[in-house]
Design a protein around this ligand. Structure first.
Ligand code: ZN
Length: 324
């Protein structure tokens, strides 16, 4: 397994070097300005139950919660609730900001979609700010294959010899950390798949030791990525918003057909960093609120023709903004 990490690492040294040159050429590493440069890191934790996350020994995720907003989220909206409660629709809704009746991903056959019409938010960001540098690193293949668009760097870490999600998650953290050191991302999505895999094997519940232990293990990987953000040479001139989300919960050893099951329908959103409000919102929060929140932080005006279903949450600058 170390061998596969090494192969990925070697491949990336070359890619990172090229990306660094591009960043330097496009002038995105300009001298420090008085206003910090706004950036977004989205961490996706597949199949993670909030109750278990809160009980786990997960100091890095708990610190993000302490430094921001923690919202319980709903993985289905009110207008449309017919899609399956699994990763395909879950990550499509999270990353496009619209529900499944629009993006068209009803189950894990993600090839069937309307993602061209309702694309990943990287594409919206790049439409508005072509200079933005966008990175997605994930080990569940439909994300890089079908859901991501508008990415300058789009990697499936399970593709490069990682046989398990456990191994691929570690490669994901290592690659993300390296890219944070040598490129200049505006928005970055880092996804970990093994919590969900562990839930399917042992059960999704706070009393399942393996499930809780896996959240604790991934917390360390999240910490690795957060350290890489803080170790950036330009960190003091940057304003990072860190968003952590999931796509569904779980009950027993599954989460399919959970349209009526609270343990499956409940997710969470952490909005953390200097720009974040502290506390827990009173209004309901939905997984489609992730994209408007990221775009609001980056100063991207949301166009009505995008038909986004969510609204930004947990940011200081939004105080008093009514929910739709
Ligand atoms: Zn999932």
């Amino acid at each position: 397994m170390l061998k596969s990490c090494l192969v990925v690492a070697l491949v990336l040294v070359g890619l990172c070097f090229a990306a660094k040159l591009n960043a330097a050429e496009s002038g995105s590493e300009a001298p420090a300005k008085t206003t910090p440069v706004k950036k977004v890191l989205i961490i996706g934790l597949d199949g993670t139950r909030l109750d278990t996350l809160l009980l786990a020994d997960a100091p890095r995720l708990h610190q993000l919660i302490a430094d921001g907003t923690l919202a319980e989220t709903r993985i289905l909206g009110t207008r449309y609730r017919k899609n399956d409660t699994i990763s395909g629709p879950g990550w499509s809704s999270n990353l496009t900001g619209v529900w499944a009746d629009k993006h068209g991903v009803q189950d894990n056959n993600v090839a069937v979609n309307r993602l061209k019409e309702y694309p990943h938010f990287f594409q919206r960001l790049k439409e508005t700010r072509p200079d933005a540098y966008t990175i997605s690193i994930a080990d569940w293949h439909p994300i890089p294959e079908f859901i991501v668009s508008g990415a300058d760097f789009n990697l499936n870490t399970k593709q490069y010899g990682s046989k398990t999600y456990d191994e691929a998650d570690r490669v994901t953290a290592a690659v993300a950390s390296r890219l944070l050191a040598v490129t200049d991302p505006t928005a970055m999505f880092v996804y970990f798949g093994n919590i969900d895999h562990t839930g399917h094997t042992f059960g999704f519940h706070p009393t399942v030791p393996q499930y809780k232990a896996e959240i604790e293990k991934v917390d360390k990987l999240v910490g690795e990525v957060l350290d890489a953000v803080k170790n950036r040479q330009t960190y003091k001139d940057e304003d990072w918003l860190v968003l952590v989300t999931t796509d569904h919960g779980g009950k027993g050893k599954g989460h399919s057909n959970g349209q009526q099951v609270p343990e499956i329908l409940t997710g969470f959103l952490i909005v953390s960093g200097p720009a974040a409000e502290k506390g827990r919102p009173a209004d309901p929060v939905f997984i489609v609120d992730l994209v408007p929140t990221a775009l609001a932080h980056l100063g991207v005006p949301i166009k009505p023709e995008w038909k986004l279903d969510g609204h930004a949450v947990g940011l200081k600058e939004l105080k008093g903004t009514p929910a739709e």
